[in-house]
Design a protein around this ligand. Structure first.
Ligand code: SF4
Length: 91
């Protein structure tokens, strides 16, 4: 089962604003960008042409891995507000 198929088993209620706020200046100078590989949902993508980190926060599973692995400790991470965010249908 590929990632898209697995993610389709979840329900998301996206907030209007991202609950994941990287400090883009730190992302530019980061040598690892470990968040890209650590995220099980493929939330992060480095945009070479724009020199910035794309954050598809609507797909976040709220696992916290990116917050822990950020080499610069500069990711402002909060849970989505109220009833927004992910709902696990299967437990
Ligand atoms: Fe990805 Fe987990 Fe970070 Fe959400 S909390 S962006 S799922 S690593």
């Amino acid at each position: 089962m590929n990632l898209d198929k697995k993610l389709s088993t979840l329900k998301y209620t996206p907030d209007e604003n991202s609950h994941l706020k990287p400090t883009q200046e730190d992302c530019v100078s980061c040598k690892t960008r470990s968040c890209i590989n650590a995220c099980p949902a493929g939330v992060y993508e480095w945009l070479e042409n724009e020199n910035k980190l794309l954050v598809k926060y609507e797909n976040c599973l709220e696992c916290g891995a990116c917050r822990i692995i950020c080499a610069k400790h500069s990711l402002n991470w909060e849970y989505p507000k109220g009833t927004k965010g992910v709902t696990f249908k299967k437990g």
